[in-house]
Design a protein. Structure first.
Length: 110
């Protein structure tokens, strides 16, 4: 069964990005539809997959991470959108965010 997960790492402080707000969107025609808003746990992960089972389908998605609020507005970044395409709804897609107040990186994890 396929699923979508995420993980936030605070590279400025060398720790998980705990309690970071994020929102998941799906592209529905020409419009972005919000699917859920939540916060990361103490390990910088969500308590459950963002999507799994029947709710997980091939589509274009976007996770918007509230990096600015996490760092209390102390840096350059505010909202960090990561847009990606799910092609195989039976696979595991992991979208980690490594961030500081001034930069970020992501990749397709495992």
């Amino acid at each position: 069964m396929g699923r979508l997960t995420t993980h936030v790492l605070d590279t400025a402080n060398g720790k998980p990005g705990a309690a970071m707000a994020l929102e998941l969107f799906v592209l529905d025609g020409a419009h972005w539809k919000s699917m859920k808003a939540l916060k990361t746990n103490a390990d910088g992960r969500t308590d459950a997959p963002l999507l799994e089972g029947d709710g997980f389908r091939a589509a274009t998605y976007q996770i918007v991470f509230n990096v600015g609020a996490y760092f209390n507005g102390a840096g350059f970044l505010d909202l960090v959108p990561i847009r990606f395409v799910i092609k195989d709804a039976h696979a595991h897609y992991h979208v980690p965010l490594l961030c500081s107040p001034w930069s970020y990186a992501t990749y397709r994890g495992s």
